[in-house]
Design a protein around this ligand. Structure first.
Ligand code: EPU
Length: 302
């Protein structure tokens, strides 16, 4: 979707929004898949309610983009614009055992920066790609760590009230790869409370998680991490593997040879290829195990 109305363009400039016309979302997502649209980068949180009111008034649909690491975007010209937070400087502020982090901050960088201040607990998240905002929304987790365990406050834009709100940790429900945030809530910043630990000890934990991840996941390839959630008590990767589906493909969308719940873009995969592969594998799992797989990846259909 292109913003070609000069009234809208000047309103966006007034609000400090930077417009990247015709941005390719394939370049903004770790899967390397996705069509084109105008990308609007927000430089000041306070302008968000005004911005969204104006977009609505002009009939411009929108979606929020985080780090693009858990996202499958449709092909072609997209029927919505994409909003993304610009990264402030600094994006992480440490106060005692608290880390106050902007949602646009890179998750891995935040983990290492906290470690340097002797704040641990987040070691398992090292190597999880994406932004802190995306990790919060999905309650990202790995190797026994879930980001939700450390959340004390979240600053959010709520579409329901059309205002910026600060929620306390206990007002938010964090479950396996799920939170009580509404789909149109936009994460803006978070306050984490982290346990004090010596830097060297945290570093040791980080190294261990990095090694485990390198040994079991296709890190050098374009993917969105695990494509499906695990069913309660089960392992999606193991089930897909047991059906002999490693290497199974539609076009350049392929089940990873290393971890069967990672679907990789091995070249020029389209969203249609990836969706076909997902539907096919989901059907086979349903038939073989009677289990209905739920997407972990977020899908933006056109
Ligand atoms: N397995 C296989 N074949 C495979 C993949 C896995 O047999 O191709 C087996 C493993 O040997 C193991 C079991 O399945 O016995 C579980 O595998 P793994 O330890 O890799 O964990 P997972 O449940 O597949 C989850 C998260 C990952 C996270 C790892 C490590 C989900 C959907 N996935 O994977 O998160 O990195 O644990 O904590 O919860 C992600 O969210 O994108 C993601 C990659």
């Amino acid at each position: 979707m292109r913003i070609d109305d000069p009234r809208v363009a000047s309103a966006l400039t007034e609000l400090g929004v930077e417009v990247q016309p015709g941005a390719s979302l394939a370049e903004k997502t770790s899967l390397g898949i996705g069509g084109t649209t105008d990308l609007l980068r927000i430089t000041r949180h306070e302008t968000i309610p005004d911005l969204l009111n104006r977009l609505e008034r002009y009939g411009i649909a929108h979606k929020f983009l985080g780090g693009g690491s858990n996202l499958l975007v449709a092909d072609g010209e997209l029927p919505f614009v994409v909003l993304q937070l610009a990264q402030p400087e600094p994006d992480v502020v440490i106060q005692g055992n608290f880390a106050i982090v902007d949602a646009a901050a890179d998750l891995g960088r935040m983990v290492t920066l906290c470690a340097k201040h002797n704040l641990g607990g987040l070691e398992g998240l090292i190597g999880v790609p994406g932004t802190v905002g995306g990790a919060l929304r999905m309650n990202a987790g790995a190797y026994g760590t879930q980001v939700g365990s450390y959340v004390r406050e979240v600053k959010v834009y709520r579409e329901a009230t059309r205002s910026l709100e600060t929620l306390r940790g206990e007002q938010i429900c964090f479950e396996y790869r799920h939170t009580s945030f509404a789909p149109d809530d936009m994460m803006l910043a978070v306050k984490l409370e982290l346990p004090s630990r010596p830097y060297q000890e945290i570093l040791q934990g980080i190294r261990l998680c990095n090694e485990k991840r390198r040994a079991s996941q296709p890190l050098g390839q374009k993917s969105a991490g695990c494509i499906f959630k695990n069913p309660p008590g089960g392992s999606t990767g193991r089930m897909i593997d047991q059906l002999g589906l490693k290497g199974h493909s539609f076009g350049d969308a392929r089940v990873s040879d290393r971890h069967a719940n990672f679907f990789v873009n091995a070249g020029k995969a389209s969203a249609a290829d990836m969706l076909e592969l997902m539907a096919d594998v989901r059907g086979r799992i349903q038939q073989a195990y009677g289990v209905t797989l739920e997407n972990e990846v977020v899908v933006w259909n056109a």
